[in-house]
Structure formats: structure tokens, C-alpha cells
Design a protein around this ligand. Structure first.
Ligand code: AMP
Length: 435
């Protein structure tokens, strides 16, 4: 798709399309989304996280203060607009600032206990679209507010790995780093900037710009000419204060004790400006070029920056589209249990009554609704993906039975309508319990 793609001439029918960088999620893919969402809710609940749903747009100042006025996201990627009442609003590009805004607005930190939230929903960034990168995408994220403990960082990283592993995603790679904080960052930044100045002539144009705006981001560069330079630059992990070094060692110690495989990646700085101390990223080789599934870290100072007390925090966000892309085949489930087919069109009232009954017993079913021949209905049943067809004919109905056809084996047998729901549940789920 391209923005300049030819549109048909005036009088011709105009093809309407989803905007560039957005996509429709349609069955059977949507079942994969649903199964991820369901498993996510269960896993996160086991760690004491509660869901939070915030608006899709916020006053722009939430992201200026939260994501950062000078960040690439706020400067270049937000969908920002003025509504009819003249309010300056932004479609959320990430979930952390809205969660903190709500945490402060509803005084959820009142008790001083650790508050744990998760969210699932759409985010918006004006980026160059490609496979795995969209302008409207969905993130699953968690935020834990109120503790500086390295145990919490480790728990969140462990939860992320357990969650993605349980979803069946293979070849996960976890990288961790520490980016320091107010104790050690200013002195290190001076060293970094001085070192970069020596190599400016050898750096890409993009990295020279990053050197001006945010020197840490030079580490993110994928440009080949920057790689030898990056090798020579001082790494923050070698310049941590003793206190921050001990915090990072504790996080790593937990992960090692629990057998969670990780690599320390001194180049990992993450795109968002608010991270302090622990940062981490999880990728999977099951994905193509955009292989990052999840990123996160500690953001002590952000709550204060957004107008609250000095409450520390740690969290992550994962891309739902990328998780779904990385899932193994067959992760989706059939969306119907059976398809009801009638031998003749005058049997529609009986078909409707049967479907009401089956649905009342927890079974998922539909029918053709097009007055078509039985052959056409059977083809539709096949296309629907339903594992069984229930065939109603006048003779069978007069005996109170129907024909149950299992689509995969082609095997067909007569079943009394009275026990149809139980027989279907047994055939499909190996249980006589419906629902
Ligand atoms: P970030 O909020 O930039 O730290 O990104 C966290 C995760 O969100 C990434 O690892 C991706 O899985 C996902 N993500 C970020 N931006 C996009 C995008 N434009 N399209 C799809 N997924 C994205």
C-alpha cells in the first residue's frame, strides 16, 4: 500500500480502505488475539496486577510531561489535534503516562503500598509502517508503582519471560542493562559527549543529530558506519555509582538464581527518555526485522515529573501484533461448534428453534440464512470452520432426530434432538458438559 496509490476515476466506485499503518483484525486472526488476551489476564492476575482502562486520548500535556517534550515520540510521532472546543489533545502513543496520570488523579498511591496495573489497548504513533510496525498498534503493558526494590524489577522481568514462554513463543532472548540515574548519569554523559566529539567525522548523519539532541541514543543506531564508533564509546554500565551497580547486580542475581537466561547488553538504552537504572528488552527470532516483542525498565522520577510525590516505578510494554505474529501455528481455536443445515427451506423455523436451544446450552452455532440449496449450505458449513454440521430433514424431524456430521472425518450418524447438545459436547470437547 502506498499513500500515492491510484484511486479510480471520479464516477467509478471508490474503494474505501483502512488508513495507512492501521489494520483490521479478522477471524481467524482475531481468535489468536483473544487467546493471547485471555492468557495474559490470567498470568498477570497471578502476580497481583489489576487492569486499568484509561482514555485513548489525553490532554497533550500528559505526554509532554510523561513521555518528554524533547522525545522523538512527542516531537515527531504523535497524533495531536485540537478538538471543536479548542482543547489540545493527543491520541496516546504509549501507556505509562496515562496510567500515572490516573494514579495521581485518583490518589491511588495514598496507602503507600505497591500499586500494580496492567493495560491492553491501542496506541498511536506516526511511524513508517512495515511488517510488525503500524501507526495504530496494540500494547499490553504493566506498571508497578511504589517500590525501588531490585526484587520487583526481577519479578517483572521473570513474569514477562514466563508469560511469553507460556504463550508458546519460541527462541526468546532477554537483554538487560542499567542506564544509571541522577547519581551517575550527569558525569557519564559528559564523558560520553566528549568521546563522541572525537568521532563525529566517522559517524552517520543521524547519529551526529542524536549526539546533539540525546547522545545516549547513538547506541541505538543500526547504521554500519556507527558500529566501530559505538564499540569505542564509554558504556554507562562501566560508570555506575556503587549503589546503582549493587541494584543491577541484585536484579541479575535473582534472574540467575531462577534460571532465567539473560545477556547484559551495554548498548541497550531504550527509546524512551524516562528510564532510570534497570532497562530490558525481549525479542524473538520468530519475528523478522522488527524482532523486539517487549521493552521496559525502571522509571523512578517520572511520577514526580508528572506532578506527584517521588514514587518509584517499573514496568514494560509488549506489542500485541508482534506477539500474535510470533505465536506458533494452531494457537487459535475454532469459533463455532456446529453449523445447522436444512434439507429444505421451509425447515428454517425448526432450525431457528434448535439453534436457540443449543445456544442456551452454551454451544456456538449458526446457519446459512440465504435460502440456498443443501449443497450450498454444506459448502458454507465447510468454509465456516465449524467442526460439525447438524442436518435437519423432514423425515428425521418427524422422528425427533437429526443427522450429525463430523466435518473432518466425514462420519455421519443419527442423534436424538433431545440429547444433541450433550453428544456434540462429547464429540468436540470429550465431555458431556456443555458451556
Ligand atoms: P516501546 O513502547 O517503544 O518501548 O515499545 C514496546 C513494544 O511495543 C515493542 O517491543 C513492540 O513490540 C511494540 N511496538 C512499539 N511500536 C510499535 C509499532 N509502531 N507497531 C507495532 N508494535 C510496536
Amino acid at each position: 500500500m502506498s499513500e500515492t496509490e491510484q484511486q479510480p476515476e471520479g464516477g467509478a466506485r471508490q474503494a474505501l480502505r483502512a488508513p495507512r499503518g492501521t489494520r483490521d483484525v479478522i477471524s481467524p486472526e482475531v481468535e489468536r488475539w483473544q487467546s493471547v488476551e485471555g492468557a495474559t489476564r490470567e498470568t498477570f492476575a497471578r502476580y497481583g496486577f489489576r487492569e486499568m482502562r484509561t482514555p485513548i486520548f489525553e490532554d497533550s500535556v500528559v505526554f509532554e510531561k510523561g513521555t518528554g517534550e524533547t522525545s522523538q515520540i512527542v516531537q515527531k510521532e504523535t497524533y495531536r489535534f485540537t478538538d471543536l472546543g479548542g482543547h489540545d489533545l493527543t491520541l496516546r502513543p504509549e501507556g505509562t503516562p496515562p496510567v500515572i496520570r490516573a494514579y495521581l488523579e485518583h490518589k491511588l498511591g495514598h496507602s503507600k503500598d505497591v500499586a500494580r496495573f496492567y493495560y491492553i489497548g491501542p496506541m498511536f504513533r506516526y511511524e513508517r509502517p512495515q511488517k510488525g510496525r503500524y501507526r495504530q498498534f496494540h500494547q499490553i503493558g504493566v506498571e508497578a508503582l511504589g517500590s525501588e526494590s531490585a526484587a520487583l524489577d526481577a519479578e517483572i522481568i521473570d513474569m514477562a519471560m514466563t508469560w511469553l514462554g507460556d504463550l508458546g513463543i519460541e527462541s526468546l532472548r532477554l537483554v538487560v542493562n542499567s542506564v544509571g540515574d541522577v547519581d551517575d548519569r550527569p558525569a557519564y554523559m559528559e564523558k560520553l559527549v566528549d568521546a563522541q566529539k572525537v568521532f563525529l567525522g566517522e559517524m552517520s548523519e543521524d547519529s551526529r543529530r542524536r549526539h546533539e539532541v540525546n547522545p545516549l541514543r547513538v547506541f541505538d543506531s543500526k547504521e554500519p558506519e556507527d558500529q566501530p564508533v559505538i564499540e569505542k564509546l564509554p558504556k554507562i554500565i562501566d560508570h555506575l555509582s556503587p549503589q546503582n551497580r549493587a541494584h543491577f547486580d541484585e536484579v541479575c542475581g535473582y534472574l540467575s538464581d531462577w534460571g532465567v537466561g539473560y545477556t547484559i547488553e551495554p548498548r541497550l538504552v531504550r527509546g524512551l527518555d524516562y528510564y532510570r537504572r534497570t532497562v530490558f528488552e525481549i525479542s524473538s527470532s520468530a519475528l523478522g526485522a522488527q524482532d523486539s516483542l517487549l521493552g521496559g525498565g525502571r522509571y523512578d522520577g517520572l511520577v514526580e515529573q508528572m506532578g506527584g510525590d517521588d514514587v518509584p516505578g517499573v514496568g514494560f510494554a509488549a506489542g500485541l501484533e508482534r506477539i500474535v505474529l510470533a505465536l506458533p501455528e494452531g494457537a487459535e481455536t475454532a469459533s463455532l461448534d456446529c453449523y445447522v443445515v436444512t434439507v429444505s427451506r421451509d425447515l428454517m423455523p425448526q432450525a431457528m428453534a434448535l439453534m436457540r436451544d443449543l445456544r442456551g446450552r452454551g454451544l456456538r452455532c449458526t446457519a446459512d440464512f440465504q435460502d440456498r440449496s443443501m449443497k450450498a449450505q454444506m459448502k458454507a458449513a465447510n468454509r465456516s470452520g465449524a467442526p460439525a454440521a447438524v442436518i435437519l430433514g423432514p423425515d428425521e424431524l418427524s422422528k425427533g432426530v437429526c443427522n450429525l456430521k463430523m466435518m473432518e472425518s466425514g462420519e455421519q450418524h443419527e442423534v436424538s434432538l433431545e440429547i444433541l447438545a450433550t453428544v456434540l459436547a462429547e464429540e468436540l470437547h470429550g465431555t458431556g458438559h456443555t458451556g
